[in-house]
Design a protein around this ligand. Structure first.
Ligand code: SAH
Length: 267
């Protein structure tokens, strides 16, 4: 028995064991109590995750995959402990789950070969839950993986890059071709790893920071003094050199500085 791939769930099953192992091994051995895998499908990554000391929890939306994981997934033959302390299968939509409820006061490393249609929402959810998520790794559509990892000065540097890198150090690890999936996707995939910064607290109001970044990139061709008009900035502030730049020219640190300036304006 195997699961039939469904398009609307973004199912592309990885068929190369070597690559599955490499992806599972992107998580560092930092002694996290919990690993959460999103979208395990038939468990190709899961079996490598289960070789670790941590407990592995998987969340899967597809009923058929859930049945496969509960009934067919060869946990015993693989000599992996089957107790609930070690492996738990949860049916449902990751985007609707409350992480704090699933892992009360615990740190959880997140991994997956993510469904591409919701991959950026998964990243934003991880960022929102950063107090509990010290590490986040997995496979994305290559372009999205690059965008998350990209630095300023590039066309694909954007909201996702800045908001992720404000809290995490991002590494682009390797590219995976369509041929190792069933069915093959139309595009290359990329594997990245995010490790939460030691000090990841923002020195500015988070909501304002998010708003500045999003507003600036919504009109990415314009200079900041024009794209940030809705903030009603004073004329003297708008003369600062940073306001003559475009958002893609600003590093994460400069976005933080910019937010500080805006917060002080008019006080
Ligand atoms: N990890 C497997 C499957 C990858 S395909 C492999 O590498 O072969 C992506 C998986 O995510 C599918 O199994 C799909 O059913 C699941 N999925 C899609 N949307 C989801 C959601 N919102 N929450 C949890 N799982 C989801």
């Amino acid at each position: 028995m195997s699961v039939k791939a469904k398009k609307h769930l973004g199912q592309h099953f990885l068929t190369d064991e070597g690559i599955a192992k490499d992806i599972a091994n992107t998580l560092t051995e930092n002694g996290y109590e919990n690993i959460l895998e999103i979208g395990p499908g038939m468990g190709v990554l899961t079996k490598y995750l289960l070789q670790r000391k941590s407990k592995t929890t998987v969340i899967e939306l597809d009923r058929e995959s859930i049945a496969y994981l509960n009934d067919v997934f060869p946990v015993e033959q693989l000599n992996l402990v089957t107790s609930k302390d070690k492996f738990e299968v949860i049916e449902g939509d990751f985007l609707k789950k409350d992480l704090l409820q699933l892992f009360p006061n615990k740190q959880v490393a997140i991994i997956g070969n993510f469904p591409y249609n919701i991959s950026t929402q998964i990243v934003f959810k991880a960022i929102e839950n950063r107090d509990f998520v010290p590490e986040f790794a997995g496979m994305f559509q290559k372009e999205v993986a690059q965008r998350i990892a990209e630095k300023q000065g590039s066309k694909i540097y954007g909201i996702l890059s800045v908001l992720t890198q404000a809290f995490y150090d991002v590494e682009y690890l390797f590219t995976v071709p369509p041929s190792v999936f069933n069915p093959p996707p139309k595009v290359d995939s990329g594997v990245i790893r995010l490790i939460r910064k030691k000090d990841y607290s923002l020195p500015v109001d988070e909501k304002l920071f998010f708003r500045v970044v999003k507003t600036a990139f919504n009109q990415r061709r314009k200079m900041l003094r024009s794209s940030l008009k809705s903030f009603n900035l004073s004329d003297s502030l708008k003369e600062a050199t940073i306001f003559a730049k475009r958002p893609e020219q600003l590093s994460v640190e400069e976005f933080i500085e910019l937010t500080k300036k805006i917060a002080k304006d008019g006080i």
